[in-house]
Write a new protein. Structure first.
Lengths: 368, 385
């Protein structure tokens, strides 16, 4: 099953590459991110769950710990936090427009749907380390949830419905109000857009409304040394790597990226990471899968230099010879891709969710 | 080695006994194994005791990095200052939950054939992972345990020396812990000394209590042999835990256990007590049954019973004097499984005091050890790739 998925993934990579090489940027038209149709009651439930720390094993963290609305649904750190007792080895990606992705996580290891992404994030030992059977019973204990699940048409609270409600909430996190969409870009940004599509070649991968081809590439971003010098981060990576079947996982000192999907014997797929969306970058620094670049200027300078140093680097990355002014114009364009912050009651559960449990009255006579 | 040599003898003796007395005197077959001093526990042939392994197991027993969020170790629910158990009705469990059963002492667990209140683990090696990985106890995970240990150089060295592991293997964590637990033995109590021939080891009152234990009170019907348990399962009619009435977190765990242990939805909806052995066998006849508890070291392990219902010996003795109790697995609500062995005992107040006094003789000195120094994480050496 897994092998079959990988083959399909490789095939679509090949197709995407073929298409972009022939006519860069035309794989998908640029434009506003389409708004998803959302069921208000299900999304409201998902919103409360998203901010509820009882969804993690020891009730210490919620989804919003690493996907903070005030930081563009990322966390502002180079490497994300993780479940207590472990520590992150990748940058927390924004969840804005995440519902539109074709594959999730920086290595794209889940190419199914947000239901699976929700399950993985809640149950994985280094993210929320939750036994979902226990989670279900925690949620059932909260009268607010009992009402909200019923109102959402889910009946009684269940872990299956949690995995539907959180994705429904994530569908509400759609970019809006970006100068690019409103046709209100500055002259510099407009010039930057032309460079983006032309001389700078960004649009070879950053295409479509979200500015991503949703496929992995090797741009040779430098390794983040903190992963390998900090035992808590490194051991978290080892936990991940051993589970993912990476050979020789005790002796590698690099994040193999999408190699976990394709497992090529010659290792030419090592170091590929999903092209990130360029939406909402103003809120989500630092950048890249490992947070190695602090600013948009750094990122543009990185590509102007032709990317990093790696034998498997994508052959299309070459020095761009952009002038200082052209680099500034590209940054101006990138800034024009950030819209209104998705904060306030529409997106954020208005009060802190109480992690204590109210006893059920007349428990003896209540149906479990 | 020892086991292989002993077994044929036992078998031989048993068949001889049957041949000689079996037909004519059936009462012999029903005889309870006699009380006796506690000897040494047997050691599985595939997990020999060595000082290095025991030391490693001791460190791991106290190391919270085995647990999910690195905040709880075995020693949190099996605390040496709390009789190597936990002195509340229900064990504390993992952060964010409360457990649903009383934490049992580790002392003398080496002698038990099966572990946990319903015997769900067949060995100490098998018990450790259930406790370390279960959602309401340690909530750890095997890959993470191995990864954490690999970053603790002293453990890497010790696992290599003890087990030959290149990197610490999680199954060897359980082996080392079991080896350590086999050293937590108390077999020099006043009762042991008495049975070994020191007739001054018990007071007169305790000797009277012993006679009641074996006679009028008939405790020995189940609490027999050197460990004072037949290791069988009974429903005594103990009432449900108080916590389930007024503690929301305990109600959560109660339902989780029904779910996790795979009962039918019908039972999940209506059960209001711990169905005990039923979760293993799924037979109505096993509802509400729990293993006879060993009575050793009990001076330090209150509260008693699977849900910590009784806080002192007096309450326990009163319970049995009344002929046990009733619960939904005895009164016909879900089953009618109360053991017929329990009947009102009509003990006088003096007799009850004698029994309690005898129970006091089963614990001896408190077993305390020095908590080991735990080694730190360190980065792995750089590798070019």
């Amino acid at each position: 099953m897994k092998k079959k998925t990988s083959t399909i993934a490789s095939l679509s990579v090949a197709i995407a590459l073929g298409a972009t090489l022939v006519s860069p940027g035309n794989a998908q038209e640029f434009g506003p991110v389409p708004k998803a149709e959302v069921d208000a009651a299900k999304a409201a439930l998902g919103k409360r769950l998203f901010f509820d720390a009882r969804l993690s094993g020891d009730s210490a963290i919620s989804c919003s710990t690493c996907h903070n609305p005030e930081k563009g649904y990322a966390d502002g750190l180079p490497l994300a936090k993780a479940y207590p007792g472990s520590d992150g080895f990748r940058n927390a990606p924004t969840l804005i427009n995440a519902a539109q992705k074709a594959a999730w996580f920086h290595d794209g290891r889940l190419g199914t749907n947000l239901n699976d992404v929700t399950r993985e994030s809640i149950t994985e030992t280094y993210s929320m380390n939750m036994d979902m059977r226990l989670m279900q019973e925690r949620i059932k204990q909260d009268p607010v949830y009992v009402e909200m699940f019923a109102a959402a048409g889910y009946g009684e609270p269940s872990n299956g419905s949690v995995r539907k409600a959180i994705p429904e909430y994530l569908k509400t996190l759609t970019s809006r109000g970006a100068p690019f969409d409103a046709g209100e870009m500055t002259k510099a940004a407009t010039a930057g857009f032309e460079l983006f599509k032309g001389k700078a070649g960004c649009a070879q991968c950053h295409t479509g409304p979200r500015f991503t081809d949703d496929t992995p590439h090797n741009t040779a971003v430098p390794e983040n040394p903190d992963i390998w010098s900090d035992p808590k981060r490194h051991l978290t990576y080892v936990t991940f790597a051993s589970f993912m079947g990476i050979e020789n996982f005790m002796n590698i000192r690099r994040d193999v990226g999408a190699h976990i999907r394709t497992h090529k014997v010659d290792g030419t797929d090592i170091g590929k990471f999903m092209t990130p969306s360029l939406r909402e970058l103003s809120y989500t620094a630092p950048y890249m899968h490992n947070g190695m670049m602090a600013s948009m200027e750094d990122v543009v300078a990185f590509y102007n230099a032709g990317g990093g140093d790696d034998p498997n680097k994508d052959a299309r990355l070459k020095p761009l010879d952009l002038s200082t002014r052209e680099q500034a114009e590209l940054v101006a364009f990138l800034i024009a891709l950030s819209g209104d912050p998705l904060t306030g009651d529409e997106f954020v559960w208005p009060e802190k969710v109480n992690v204590n449990y109210t006893p059920i009255e007349d428990w003896l006579n209540a149906t479990n | 080695m020892k086991k292989g040599k002993t077994n044929p003898l036992v078998t031989f003796a048993a068949s001889f006994g049957l041949m000689a007395f079996g037909l004519g005197t059936p009462a012999i077959a029903d005889e309870n194994p006699p009380l006796a001093a506690l000897g040494l526990p047997s050691v599985p042939t595939d997990n020999a005791q060595t000082p290095e392994k025991i030391e490693l197991g001791k460190m791991l027993f106290f190391d919270s990095r085995i647990g999910g969020d690195a905040s709880v170790s075995c020693a949190d629910c099996h605390a040496q200052k709390q009789g190597w158990g936990f002195n509340d009705s229900l064990s504390r469990g993992y952060p964010g939950v409360i457990h649903w059963r009383n934490s049992q002492t580790v002392i003398n667990s080496a002698y038990l054939g099966k572990l946990f209140w319903t015997g769900s683990a067949k060995s100490l090696e098998n018990q450790a992972p259930s406790a370390a990985l279960g959602a309401v106890s340690g909530n750890g995970e095997r890959d993470m345990v191995e990864a954490r240990l690999a970053f603790i150089p002293e453990y890497v060295t010790r696992f290599n020396q003890v087990f030959g592991d290149e990197w610490p293997k999680v199954n060897n964590v359980w082996r080392a812990m079991a080896a350590f637990e086999r050293t937590l033995i108390v077999n020099d109590t006043p009762f042991d000394n008495y049975m070994n021939g020191d007739k001054t080891a018990l007071t007169d009152q305790q000797v009277r209590g012993l006679a009641l234990f074996e006679g009028k009170a008939n405790c020995i019907e189940c609490h027999n042999g050197p460990l004072m348990t037949d290791q069988k399962y009974y429903n005594l009619g103990i009432d449900r835990a108080e916590e389930w009435f007024d503690n929301g977190m305990a109600q959560v765990t109660f339902r989780y256990e029904q779910y996790a242990k795979g009962v039918t939805e019908e039972l999940y909806r209506k059960v209001k007590d711990d169905a005990g052995l039923y979760y293993r066998t799924k037979m109505t006849a096993d509802m509400g049954k729990f293993r006879t508890a060993p009575l050793r070291y009990t001076a330090y392990t209150a509260p008693f019973m699977h849900n910590g219902k009784f806080f002192d010996f007096e309450e326990v003795v009163d319970f049995y004097n009344d002929g046990g109790g009733d619960n939904e697995f005895t009164d016909g609500t879900l089953a009618s499984n109360k053991t017929p062995l329990l009947k009102p005992l009509n003990l006088t107040d003096d007799e009850k005091e004698d029994l309690v006094s005898f129970l006091d003789s089963l614990s001896g000195e408190e077993l305390r050890i020095e908590i080991p120094q735990l080694p730190s994480y360190a980065p792995l050496p750089a590798v070019a790739n």
